[in-house]
Design a binder for this molecule. Structure first.
Ligand code: SF4
Length: 709
């Protein structure tokens, strides 16, 4: 952690959803925390501090390339941008002419800037005529999006980071905050040091480093979040914790949610058994929650990445609605997103079932509004496939031309060997990336060199709705270009010169801001009217601001403080939820539950953090973490190699006994891939089960076995 004085160029860290502001000394290429940024106030974690180590050009993709052979040194041939872009336009147009607009797709990323994301969505949904665009953010927070929409009517995070410092109880659910969102964790640590009476409860099957500050750790059985929060709701009802005035004035369907909760929660003894928890711990948690007004409940991938992720989100929100603890300082449910711009992607309709500016693809009036604003030939009417289904459509030949941007699905998606096979079968695969040799890039027909952090220019939005500028401070290397430019050039080559006539990211942001305000009489909360019409220099100088921004200089701290929600009748919805067992139960052949996640010092598939020596020192190789008794029972030894096998695939990793694991559960990090170690892609093992509402994959519950290698 470093706290630095202001100075140097202000930009934003490109890693996690905390979205810290950084200052770059552009001469020495060193990085420090931005004391003026609301997310971090000068703090940085080790990943942010090591950004300077990632700026080299080793392994960079520097010019467009076409694959001309299956292997060997002559495999790739450079080509001019003009030829590459014309080829993409021709191949996409020809595929659409022969097979219809559903035969082409984009797969994009929370690493894209909002401006890139906006142009990709506009091109696909408004001009190619399909909603076949999905994003790796589907893997990260789409359950939170779906849960927010069901409860609030719009995908909205009600609070801000300051609420963690104003709360008297912080509940961290399915989140190793200490490693995955370190600066937010540091803020909670600092507040707990200042005010020891602040209580912290961690709900996680693993005893992670986040538990170092926990007053109470609930190591619940994987998949038992719905019973836990249904049990809490029933407890709140019987222990006088309901905010009856708030429920009556501002919500709907509380009784239905309560009935479902009471039916499934059972008594405390039965609930403790079904959650795998000690009864007294459960009771302590429930009493603490019931008795504390200022409660913030953070939830992250442990909740979202589940076959029942959306229900889990709503089970948590139900408890906050029932107590009226939402939209007020120090209170509220809080979705922590994984990626730096997962929120920005949501704003521009990055998911295959949404439209730009928080508008709904399924609503004919809202589709018509977007079409009027874009003056586009069409707006896709049918939601496109969600990430896992999108690659399934590639596998079975329904999607024949695919453009992948800033992501590595051959490593990160579930059943990743099938994804690799899908790309092998696809007629035409374009990959835009900064790195030349990712597992996914190897399967491209055309490679396009993208700009990296420090070279690209635009905006991102973090988990607390703060829009920040990412600023360029280095010249584009080789022939690398912005993603928005490549997309716009293809749009222009398809005959839509005017719609994609952008001079730079400021123009794109302006269009995005104007769309958010277009025919918006206040029924949509997402509104950037106050950021529309900025000049180039105002955009350049834009200071971090939390949306909605209804007028210039007016940001918004919290939402729903007045008890009004953007639903038809202005009321929030309770959602009745009942537990659903994981799709694939354990068996004699596969007796362990595989849980996957991040480690402290790596990011995604290591294309950037993997080149920073400082970051490699923490946990230098892929590992499988087990309980010590399971290590013995499996005939393994700590430090030896193990093979982990599921119905879908296999990997080899070093055996680790961190002391975090319960018996019967194993943890493998998500980061390693064939660039850094062989047989180390955990995605190859993960079951391709998805949440039926959000389409988010189940990364936390795959049956596996572990053998000596
Ligand atoms: Fe970057 Fe996240 Fe670390 Fe902040 S907490 S410096 S955004 S990785």
């Amino acid at each position: 952690q470093s706290v630095a004085a202001a100075g140097g160029l202000a930009t934003t860290c490109p890693y996690c959803g905390v979205g810290c502001g950084v200052r770059v000394d552009t001469r020495k290429l060193t990085v420090s925390g931005d004391v003026q940024h609301p997310a971090n106030g000068g703090r940085l974690c080790v990943k942010g501090s090591a950004l300077g180590e990632t700026l080299g050009l080793d392994g960079r993709l520097l010019r467009p390339q076409r694959r001309v052979a299956e292997s060997g040194p002559e495999r790739w041939q450079a080509l001019a941008w003009d030829d590459a872009l014309s080829e993409i336009a021709t191949r996409f147009a020809r595929t659409i002419a022969r097979h219809g607009p559903e035969s082409v797709a984009f797969y994009v990323s929370g690493q894209l800037l909002t401006e890139d994301y906006y142009v990709a969505n506009k091109l696909m949904k408004g001009y190619l005529g399909s909603a076949n665009i999905d994003t790796n953010s589907r893997l990260c927070m789409s359950s939170a999006v779906a849960g927010h929409k069901r409860a609030f009517g719009e995908d909205l995070v009600p609070g801000c980071y300051e609420d963690f410092e104003l709360a008297d109880l912080v509940v961290l659910v399915g989140s190793n905050t200490a490693w995955c969102h370190p600066v937010l964790y540091q803020r909670i640590v600092a507040e707990k040091e200042r005010r020891p009476e602040l209580r912290v409860v961690v709900v996680d099957p693993r005893r992670t480093p986040t538990c170092d500050i926990a007053d109470l750790h609930l190591p619940l059985a994987p998949g038992s979040d719905v019973p836990l929060f249904n049990g809490l709701l029933a407890w709140l009802a019987t222990h006088g914790a309901a905010d009856r005035d708030f429920i009556a004035a501002h919500t709907r369907d509380a009784d239905a949610a309560l009935a479902a909760a009471a039916e499934t929660a059972g008594d405390l003894d039965a609930l403790a058994v079904s959650c795998g928890l000690q009864r007294d711990r459960l009771e302590t948690f429930f009493n603490l929650f019931a008795a504390t007004d200022k409660v913030v409940t953070l939830f992250s991938q442990g909740v979202n990445q589940s076959g029942q992720g959306t229900d889990k989100v709503n089970a948590i929100i139900n408890c906050h609605l029932y107590t009226g603890r939402i939209g007020k300082p120090g209170m509220g449910p809080f979705s922590m997103t994984g990626q730096p711009n997962a929120m920005g992607g949501r704003e521009v309709g990055g998911l295959s079932n949404t439209l730009a500016a928080h508008l709904e693809l399924g609503d004919p009036r809202q589709r018509a509004l977007v079409q009027r604003f874009w003056n586009s030939p069409t707006v896709a009417e049918t939601p496109g496939p969600k990430a896992v289904d999108l690659f399934e459509a590639v596998h079975d030949g329904r999607i024949k031309a695919l453009w992948i941007m800033a992501t590595n699905p051959v490593v990160s998606l579930p059943d990743a060997d099938r994804v690799r096979e899908a790309l092998r079968r696809c007629d035409f695969v374009v990959v835009s990336d900064v790195v030349a040799s990712t597992d996914t890039a190897q399967l491209a027909h055309l490679l396009l060199p993208a700009l990296s952090w420090g070279e690209k220019d635009g905006t991102v939005t973090n988990s607390e709705r703060v829009i920040s500028r990412q600023r360029a401070f280095r010249a584009a290397p080789g022939e690398a270009r912005p993603d928005w430019w490549a997309l716009a050039e293809v749009g222009r080559r398809l005959g839509h010169e005017q719609a994609f006539d952008y001079a730079g990211p400021q123009q794109i942001f302006d269009e995005h801001a104007r769309l958010s305000a277009f025919e918006n009489g206040g029924e949509r909360v997402f509104n950037l009217a106050g950021l529309a019409g900025m000049s180039d220099s105002e955009y350049d100088a834009l200071a971090p601001i939390r949306w909605p921004v209804p007028a210039p200089g007016i940001g918004s701290e919290r939402l729903f403080g007045d008890g009004r929600f953007p639903t038809e009748d202005g009321r929030a919805m309770f959602v009745p939820v009942t537990p659903v067992a994981p799709a694939h139960p354990l068996s004699e052949q596969f007796p362990f539950i595989l849980n996957t996640g991040r480690i402290r010092d790596q990011w995604h598939t290591m294309t950037r953090t993997g080149v920073a020596p400082t970051l490699g020192a923490h946990l230098p190789e892929p590992y499988v973490d087990l309980h010590a008794a399971d290590v013995l029972a499996c005939g393994l030894r700590e430090g030896g190699l193990a093979r982990v096998t599921s119905r879908w695939g296999t990997l080899v990793a070093r055996v680790r006994c961190s002391g975090e694991m319960r018996r019967g559960q194993v943890f493998v990090p998500i980061h390693w891939n064939d660039q850094f170690a062989s047989d180390a892609r955990v995605g190859a093992l993960v079951n391709p089960v998805v949440d039926p509402v959000s389409g988010e994959p189940e990364f936390k519950h795959t049956p596996v076995r572990v053998d000596e290698f």
